[in-house]
Ligand binder design. Sequence first.
Ligand code: UDP
Length: 335
Amino acid sequence: MRVLVTGGAGYIGSVVTAALLDGGHEVTVLDDLSTGHEDAVPEGATFVQARLQDSAPVLADVRPEAVLHFAAKSLVGESQQSPELYWENNVGGSLALLEAMRAADCRRIVFSSTAATYGEPDEVPIPETAPTRPTNTYGASKLAVDAMLTSYAAAHAFAAVSLRYFNVGGAAYGRGERHATETHLIPIALQVAAGTREALTVYGQDYPTPDGTCIRDYVHVADLAAAHLLALPAPAAGEHRVYNLGSGTGFSVQEMVNAVRTVTGHPLPVVVGDRRPGDPARLVASSARIHADLGWTPVHTELTEIVADAWSFMKDLPAPHHSRARGGTLQEGLS
Ligand code: UDP
């Protein structure tokens, strides 16, 4: 298939681009490089630097049969401080993209949604039928795009899939996670192990969980990429599907700390801090729907495997700002 990947210079977008190329697809990457890096774009993909708001001429030129839409702002804290960035980029940008698609008669889309659309869950594992009550602007902006896709499917015959990611980690195709501003647990812990940060602050040890730290569902980016390839052809015109992507198993922050110690051999000093506002105690996905519909089963489910793959990507990177020539084995990543 001829596809356009927005945000293909980022962490997940670049891994999925590599997987698409591997699967024989023809890929154009559109990315404004606000957080991604051109050298993350896999060799074999065409790269266009543009904002979503300026994507119409690109769609008109490329004439893709489908779009995989990763480009977004994705920092929860920033979304609370500067919500306008999230409404403009995530919602305004997505609307511009959908209109550009319509103009180019491209009506198939896979969208990167998030577990943050659910907010504090009533029950875990969380099914797709759970109430959506996002507790931050990031989640609200992604939920707004999910709603857009439902109405574009109904009114304009779009074939759409929203994939709601839980906690993505690991590395694949020589690509991993590396942001200028790092907020996520695994890369922060690995920065401590790599010696570029002094200690990991554990946000709260008084949660109602067995060891008092928050529980999350970590899914390997390679499994996530496989789900995108399955989802791409799945919906019919007029259909908007929503699928959770998680491993279905919860691990605590403390278990993650233990895994990082095991994998890196580093003592990983830890400081117990306050709870981070808006962090639910326990977020675990039910991925039963995508398993039943598309046969997706995550295979890299061991915490130590996710950490080991992230570590082997990260430990060789030159600090502080790592950059390798395009086509090299180590690449930059975004969200
Ligand atoms: N966390 C932590 N210290 C950090 C970063 C994260 O204790 O420096 C915790 C955070 O409170 C949450 C879990 O690790 O319980 C995963 O956080 P992350 O930001 O990686 O993903 P999120 O679940 O917020 O999407």
